[in-house]
Design a protein around this ligand. Sequence first.
Ligand code: FE2
Length: 309
Amino acid sequence: MLPLILSAPRGASLAEWFRIHRDDVMHTVADKGAVIFRDFEDATTARDFSCAMRMLDLEPFQGTESAAPRTQVAWNVYTANEAPASEVIPFHHEMAQCDAYPSHLAFFCETPALEGGSTPIVRSQDVAAHVLRRFPSVARELEERGIRYVRVLPAEDDPTSPIGRSWVASYGGDVSTVEARLRAQGASWMWCADKTLRVVSPAKPVFGTNGRGAKTFFNSACGARLGWSDVRNDPSKAIVFGDDQTPLHSEAAALFDEAAQYMDANAARIPWQRGDLLLLDNRQVLHARETFTPPRRILASLWQAPPRA
Ligand code: FE2
């Protein structure tokens, strides 16, 4: 069952705990998929969060393509997606639609919401097992054809949108740098008259593996189909088939719709407490964000497991 909640032993320091129990922490996250570290008295600020995370056997994630607008507040610590409080952020694996994605993801609660605002999580292998059982032939088709993500990016960050990160922040400052990055990724693109940029990703898989033989639902398609909505983007057009870029047919759309319902019905929703640190294995667990009553300040930190010899 997700997540494991680990309460601080009396007087323990979070950074010190991570330093001493580094291997245990990483094994537990690999085993459970998600762990909440709670009630560590010295864990209150972005800096405390940053210091604790540096004690683990992880490297800072270098990717910059996340769709979410974020602000850096400490070393490798950012504000979580600043999408408006009234909007749900649907389930996703962080940056599954991108060229590179973080293996681990940590959230830290500086200020819990007055109401709502939890970060629901669900085990990806359970979602995969459900859709494979319910839609075996469509799942096989999606496995063969893959999917592409279609998104229109603004020229400047748009904090009113959950996918408002600009093409400047996502891919670099000038047009030639942007095009070189997109070309290297195998993406296609179109510059629009209003200085927005329409990007079609290369074909991406729908399923992944948790490294232990189980299939995962490793994609951001439900998130895109529900949440990639703003003045520039129509979420019903955010996902197309990977091979020929045709729109999803109704059975494929139904698979993603049912996956989204399954995640909603089976997610763990633990209300945030001040000082909570939630550490996730991004390859095993999907996360979302509920609506909330402000104030709420959750910080995020993206990490990469070092390659093993
Ligand atoms: Fe996220």
